[in-house]
Design a protein. Structure first.
Length: 297
């Protein structure tokens, strides 16, 4: 026992004396410094700034202000628009991914290219493209007017409809990519076996196909929700005063009010919401993997 205790402090020194360990630490050092400087330090600085009064004393006033009044309504607006974006991204993404997953690999690759390529265009350019399309004299309203749609032209900009359309178009490639990978992994023989036993299409979809892709649906929806929480460009350009989201509020507090402490508190609240969403994604992914493992066994 004494020999074990005496030898315990020598183990770290022995490990550090290893040439392989020293080389590994040397390779990892730039990455650690990079993460500390560009991630850890800004987050800690923002946290300390959100807890300081102008005189330097500590306070929770900025968090109380962030979670009351107009700031709380902006937070609710952000959550609502993000949830709507996630829902519509799931609906359209499910239809697209399901259709693409049934194609042959060559055609599926071309279809995915069409879905993904717009994502590499500047978000600002895409937003102005939507503004042109959805304006009173835009292509959408002009087409509805020529088709004698009652009530045309519709107000599709500077309201929640315009914001959700714009943010959904931004989040759709993420959703399609995630769902396509999940749907490609579904064993089609299970669907054929269910059909051979007399199950109809609705039953096969509800009892076989949907449970298999449910973890992917949950992960894609949560990812779209998380990414939408901090989105700035599209809501700022396509929304009105009632569609102010938390990123726009932070920008106003910094650029117009010079209120860095309040903006830091809003940023920390947004960070905590994002972290909670990521934990949910991890939980859903783990549950899906365990369920898939149980079904395979």
């Amino acid at each position: 026992m004494a020999a074990t205790l005496a030898g315990a402090p020598a183990r770290p020194r022995k490990l550090l004396a290893s040439r392989r360990t020293r080389i590994g630490i040397l390779y990892a050092l730039p990455v650690v410094v990079y993460l500390l400087v560009l991630f850890v330090y800004p987050i800690l600085s923002t946290l300390f700034l959100s807890l300081k009064n102008p005189d330097g004393s500590l306070t929770l006033h900025w968090y109380v202000d962030a979670l009351t009044g107009i700031n709380l309504s902006v937070l609710f607006t952000t959550v609502r628009i993000s949830a709507e974006t996630a829902l519509f991204s799931l609906v359209f993404g499910f239809v697209l991914a399901n259709a693409i997953s049934r194609l042959k690999p060559l055609w599926a690759g071309l279809a995915m290219l069409i879905v993904v390529v717009p994502h590499f265009i500047s978000a600002l350019v895409r937003t102005y493209g939507w503004i042109i399309l959805l304006g009173d004299k835009g292509l959408v309203n002009e087409a509805m007017a020529h088709l004698w749609v009652p009530g045309a032209p519709y107000q599709l900009l500077y309201n929640e409809i315009g914001v959700v359309i714009g943010t959904t178009s931004v989040m759709l490639p993420y959703t399609v990519l995630l769902l396509y990978g999940v749907m490609r992994g579904v064993d089609r023989r299970l669907l054929a076996a269910a059909a051979s036993m007399g199950a109809g299409r609705v039953t096969i979809f509800r009892r076989v196909y949907l449970p298999l892709v449910a973890p992917g649906l949950a992960s894609a929806g949560l990812l779209s929700f998380i990414l939408s929480l901090g989105y700035y460009i599209t809501p700022a350009l396509m929304g009105g005063p009632d569609q102010t989201m938390i990123a726009s509020l932070i920008n106003q507090q910094v650029m117009k009010q010079n209120q860095w402490n309040g903006a830091a508190a809003e940023g920390v609240v947004l960070l905590l919401m994002t972290f909670a969403g990521l934990v949910l994604v991890k939980l859903v992914t783990s549950l899906g993997a365990s369920r898939k493992k149980r079904s395979a066994s």
